[in-house]
Design a protein around this ligand. Structure first.
Ligand SMILES: Cc1cc2nc3c(=O)[nH]c(=O)nc-3n(C[C@H](O)[C@H](O)[C@H](O)COP(=O)(O)OP(=O)(O)OC[C@H]3O[C@@H](n4cnc5c(N)ncnc54)[C@H](O)[C@@H]3O)c2cc1C
Length: 400
């Protein structure tokens, strides 16, 4: 039976979700495909969610959240999904709600929280993350972008790359070298940087999937306020380690549960037909589909177990985020591979016409999904972290 909270959430969603939104699709920049009326409805929906504090439901009310528990926040997101829609705020805030915000909650001063969190929680301020550089990816501590303090604040020089949404963001969380004489990890700091200024140039990079979600970002005497240092000076490595845990945790949901998607087995039957007893006609595919569904279910159960353990204080969530990130990657990429196989020639379309929208989306998601084993720390690097921090194996070339 539904609890009082569940009923009140369901009623609120039913009363406040604008009608054109049920089932509408939204991409990572909050651009709604199709009708402009749908776009307006999304903005209304965003404002209503923000007023409820449901853009970042677990954050304190004073910072734009609703002070809900994780379980209550899940009730909210399930109610929204059940109504055939989604919450656009985490997307609109870029790296804000999922990564920079939770890190700020932990490391920020009260003034920094008041200044930055409400804009993320309402989806009005988009954040990007400037960590990777051309010569510092997996080995992030080799970064060379520098920041020096003068009378008016920080002066930044250098280059970042793969900065997702840099050209569309108002703010950037950037990792910089603040002490060249210290050991690699000890001379790094985390700054919050306003993107609209003459010292910053962004150049989008096109991807194989046809979109350009990220940029090269160049800093030439770019400026940050003195009090936009997050955490302690030269302790940016601790800040970013925590931030990356939040990033990995936000990437742990397997695809089949994030959206109201048609079950893979139903799609397979639609394309390949079924036997008289209703089972999928292709027996080999049937057994591989079953393997995939079991792996995905095991992944979801592992998330549930880890969350329970973490609440009971029995577990350090840090390294488990690496396990979950890799199993979510396996699940997502595995699903895309199976979908492509199910659709056969119809799964390689690039434009609608000969191919349905669903088929074109499948091809693009298959290509786009390749990035999942790279961003947020590559698949191999997560394995190194698991080997060292969970299995206790000896140090490799990767220190993590
Ligand atoms: C879609 C996408 C979005 C991204 N968004 C951002 C962003 O917003 N901000 C940002 O700062 N960065 C972003 N990145 C960059 C991402 O964090 C890096 O690509 C990633 O950390 C890997 O770094 P690299 O590309 O330099 O590869 P490299 O570090 O050069 O690695 C190349 C290969 O070598 C392997 N490898 C490297 N070291 C080891 C080791 N010690 N042991 C075993 N194997 C190893 C890697 O697994 C990989 O396969 C994004 C990347 C992608 C794909």
């Amino acid at each position: 039976m539904a609890t009082e909270f569940e009923t009140s959430v369901r009623d609120w969603v039913a009363q406040n979700l604008p009608a054109p939104l049920a089932g509408a699709r939204i991409d990572m920049y909050g651009v709604v495909s199709g009708d402009p009326a749908v776009k307006d409805a999304f903005d209304l929906w965003r404002r209503r969610l923000a007023a409820q504090g449901w853009g970042a439901p677990t954050w304190p009310v004073e910072y734009g959240g609703a002070g809900l528990t994780d379980a209550q926040a899940k009730v909210v997101s399930r109610a929204i999904a059940k109504a055939g829609s989604m919450n656009p705020i985490p997307y609109l805030s870029g790296m804000g709600v999922t990564m920079v915000g939770p890190t700020l909650l932990e490391y920020g001063t009260p003034e920094q929280k008041t200044r930055h969190l409400p804009g993320m929680a309402s989806g009005e301020v988009r954040w990007c993350l400037g960590l990777s550089e051309p010569n510092a990816g997996s080995d992030l501590a080799s970064l060379t972008t520098s920041a020096e303090l003068d009378d008016e604040g920080w002066v930044l020089n250098g280059q970042k790359t793969w900065t997702s949404g840099a050209d569309k963001s108002q703010w950037c969380g950037v990792l910089v070298r603040t002490d060249r004489s210290a050991a690699k990890r000890d001379g790094i700091s985390f700054l919050m940087l306003e993107m609209k200024q003459p010292g910053i140039v962004t150049r989008p990079i096109s991807l194989i999937a046809g979109e350009s979600p990220f940029c090269e970002t160049f800093f030439t005497n770019a400026r940050a306020r003195k009090d936009d240092l997050l955490g302690k000076l030269n302790d940016g490595w601790s800040v970013v380690k925590r931030l990356l845990q939040h990033e990995r945790q936000s990437q742990t949901t397997a695809p089949a549960t994030t959206n109201k998607v048609e079950p893979l087995q139903d799609i397979a039957k639609r394309y390949l037909g079924s036997n008289a007893d209703g089972t999928l006609a292709d027996a080999d595919l049937r057994s591989r589909l079953a393997d995939h569904l079991m792996d995905t279910a095991a992944h979801e159960l592992t998330i549930a177990r880890i969350m329970t353990d973490a609440r009971g204080g029995n577990l350090e969530v840090t390294a488990t985020a690496s396990i979950l990130k890799n199993s979510a990657t396996d699940s997502t990429q595995g699903r895309s591979e199976l979908l492509l196989e199910i659709m056969g020639n119809q799964g390689v379309g690039w434009e609608t016409g000969e191919y349905t929208e669903e088929e074109v989306r499948t091809a693009r998601e298959w290509l786009g999904g390749k990035a999942m084993s790279i961003y947020g720390g590559s698949y191999e690097v997560q394995k190194n972290i698991i080997a060292k921090n969970i299995l206790g194996l000896p140090e490799t070339t990767q220190k993590g």
